[in-house]
Unconditional design. Structure first.
Length: 736
């Protein structure tokens, strides 16, 4: 029951804070306008003043943006904190708001606000840069505000008594991820505020909030290290553009506007010097599922061993083309010994071969210019005896003088053209060099259990049409890096990788070269490694190889997305491939519907289920099929039945809510109010196939509130096991 007195007191304070913010907005707007009007009056030749005014305008514009962002929702929580026999009421929001010397709200990222997430009633402490402040939390309150209006005030007795969290989790999903600053949990807060400034790997179960925690961590680091880093020092590496677009509106809400977002594919395609057609990763997955591709080949081409073979091949190629002295018109510009010394230095170089060679070319041109007198004299000596032996009237004398003058003029320019042409072997197209590498492979070189002839046939057939699979992308990028001096991301100090389990060791290998000054923050879930023939199956292996076993490993073991019923069904799938079960926040939900349907009635049944779910006011409903072939087939049938729904494919960049249909592998990282699994029979989801089980796990865990599982024939084994042991299921047979 609402405490009217408390509610009225809080409401009065809220209006006071909102009025303060509105006044600050007016004052800041006035200061912005003043600077703008002053700039108009600044004349020519006063660039310094102009620059200063523009800087002030940017400062005021940023502050305006931040104030307007919080004016209708200035805070979400409150603590009564006692320290040194003094009790302070601390309000926690997205921004620190002050009125004179009084702090009205504390930024959620501030040290003192950390107690709100880490402690319940009782002893608590927080750490400042200079000391640890100890005290006691006497009261902890959650405050729900919407559009400037106070909606609810809930006092917490314990950390688990989190009514606001449950209200949040029971709400509808929209087509964007939501900010979780009001409901950050202790294990999430630990990762967000992790003081470790080096590499980290976060293993998080489905629905644990990996993506939102990753983004909130960026916001925290920008706040905590504002003097040392800025948004330009961060980059987010996502699985695809669809996913990056999905998170795009959360970033401004976290006061993050200019952090770069990209994918590995984009980085690679921009750096590769050849025009290629990239096969989508999910097409490869489709072919693996249909046994059209040997996954062992893909696995090997995604390995560090494969990248090391490429490195050796490129080195040998350079060595073969640098075994003769560089001469111009018989004059030695560079000895064979010097070139051999350069080649030897490449073995120990931390930079790319191409960069090292280009530096050497510049050095050689410079040395030629510096030694132009000696070299010019050598040019004359080549012809001197002949010149002196000729009669003064001989036309050959003039010809010799013209030749030597021409040589000497070229020497004065450093013989640039000739020296660069001596390294023309660097101009080979990376795709052609990759073909040469593939052709050079032998069973002896490939010291793993892979049929080299099968690999060569498979790869060369693609390369002939300039087609490459995602497993070829890292090798091609590495050839460009080694050979062409690819631009590296030297200014990025933190690379945040989401869905990190789906990158291959080869991709991590080249990323480490391209981001030489960056620490890696990797978020992922091994249980969702649906590309397990090329992705990461063990974080320890990645840690050992990439970070010398020094990366900090953390876990997010509790899921917040799904209901207890949905989580329990997903745990039976995890059990099928010996994965650890996930914990779940205590949230009861609807019974799972498991529906046996005749194959001829699957689509008709879908229409009924969609109507039922929409009647419950769910805003996002996803029909999830096994693969794109099944998705296309079902979509066409639904269109014939008069249901025009949005089909999500690899080409789509946005999802605007409503009812949609998609293949299982595109649903990863997304969430929906309700999910309908089109056909969970044992053929679609074979318990003996780890990939099938991971796809099923991903599919089930996309649902927030309600899950309908259809099948025709025999139900997949993990769900049969779930049915046998759990009563929280509604089962419909064909006759029903």
């Amino acid at each position: 029951m609402k405490n009217t007195e408390v509610f009225n007191v809080e409401n009065e304070r809220l209006q006071k804070v909102i009025n303060v913010i509105k006044n600050q907005i007016e004052d800041t707007q006035a200061k912005f306008d003043e600077q703008k009007n002053t700039i108009i009056g600044i004349g020519e030749g006063m660039r310094g003043a102009h620059f200063t005014r523009e800087a002030m305008m940017n400062l005021y514009a940023t502050e305006l943006y931040r104030l307007k962002r919080v004016v209708d929702n200035p805070y979400f929580g409150k603590m009564d904190f006692k320290s040194d026999n003094k009790v302070n009421e601390l309000y926690i929001g997205k921004k620190t708001i002050m009125s004179g010397d009084e702090i009205l709200t504390y930024d959620w990222r501030s040290p003192i606000a950390s107690m709100y997430y880490d402690y319940s009633i009782g002893k608590a402490q927080y750490e400042t840069p200079s000391e640890v402040i100890k005290g006691e939390i006497l009261k902890k309150t959650q405050i729900l505000i919407e559009n400037g209006q106070l909606i609810d005030v809930e006092e917490q007795d314990t950390l688990t008594d989190d009514k606001i969290l449950l209200k949040y989790l029971k709400g509808n999903a929209d087509n964007r991820l939501k900010s979780i600053v009001a409901t950050i949990q202790k294990e999430q807060n630990k990762i967000i505020r992790n003081p470790n400034k080096t590499n980290s790997i976060v293993q998080g179960v489905a629905g644990s909030g990996k993506t939102t925690v990753a983004l909130h961590r960026i916001a925290y680091l920008l706040y905590d290290n504002a003097r040392n880093i800025n948004e330009a020092n961060f980059m987010i590496l996502g699985p695809n553009n669809y996913f990056l677009n999905y998170i795009s509106e959360l970033l401004p809400d976290l006061d993050i506007k200019n952090v770069s977002q990209t994918t590995f594919d984009e980085i690679a395609l921009k750096s590769i010097d050849a025009k290629v057609k990239l096969e989508n990763n999910n097409i490869m997955l489709q072919n693996v599922l249909l046994d059209k591709v040997n996954p062992n080949i893909i696995s090997f081409k995604s390995s560090v061993e494969y990248m090391n073979l490429i490195k050796q091949f490129v080195f040998d190629y350079i060595n073969e083309n640098m075994n003769s002295p560089i001469k111009y018109e018989g004059i030695e510009l560079c000895s064979k010994e010097k070139l051999e010394s350069l080649v030897e230095s490449l073995k120990y170089s931390r930079s790319s071969y191409g960069k090292k060679i280009n530096e050497f070319i510049k050095y050689l041109i410079k040395e030629t210019k510096l030694n132009k007198s000696d070299l010019s004299h050598e040019a004359w000596l080549l012809y001197r005896d002949e010149y002196l032996s000729l009669e003064k009237s001989s036309p050959r004398r003039k010809e010799i003088l013209d030749i030597t003058n021409s040589i000497q003029k070229e020497i004065e320019t450093g013989c640039q053209k000739h020296i660069k042409n001596s390294f023309s072997f660097l101009k080979i197209n990376s795709l052609e060099l990759y073909k040469k590498f593939i052709e050079s492979l032998t069973q002896e070189k490939v010291n793993v259990d892979v049929d080299v002839n099968e690999l060569k046939t498979f790869t060369l057939k693609k390369l002939k049409g300039k087609n490459i699979g995602t497993e070829d992308l890292a090798p091609l990028l590495y050839i460009n890096y080694l050979f062409k001096d690819v631009k590296t991301f030297d200014d990025i100090s933190r690379l945040v990788i989401d869905e990190g389990q789906d990158l291959s060791m080869a991709q991590y290998f080249i990323l480490k070269q391209l981001f030489p000054n960056s620490s890696f923050e990797i978020f992922g879930d091994l249980n969702q490694s649906i590309y397990d023939y090329q992705g990461i199956n063990n974080w320890d292996d990645l840690n050992l190889y990439l970070f010398n076993d020094k990366a900090q490993k953390m876990e997010m073991s509790k899921g917040y997305r799904t209901t207890e019923q949905i989580c329990e069904s997903a745990n039976y799938v995890l059990e099928s491939f010996d994965a650890n079960k996930s914990d779940n926040v205590a949230r009861e939900g609807e019974e799972i519907l498991i529906n046996e349907v005749d194959s001829s009635n699957l689509e008709i049944n879908l229409l009924k289920q969609i109507d039922t779910l929409l009647d419950k006011k769910y805003k996002t409903v996803a029909i999830i099929c096994k693969d794109s072939i099944e998705t296309d087939k079902v979509h066409k049938k639904l269109l014939k039945l008069g249901l025009n729904i949005n089909k999500i494919s690899e080409k789509d960049l946005t999802y605007k809510g409503g009812v949609c249909i998609m293949p299982s592998y595109l649903s990863k990282g997304l969430e929906f109010d309700s999910v309908i699994i089109y056909n969970a029979n044992s053929n679609n989801y074979d318990v003996s196939s780890k990939i099938d089980m991971k796809l099923l796990y991903v599919t089930i865990t996309r649902a927030l509130h309600e899950l309908h599982i259809n099948y025709c024939g025999e139900l997949t084994q993990p769900l049969k096991n779930y049915l046998a042991k759990d009563a929280k299921v509604k089962v419909l047979k064909k006759s029903e």
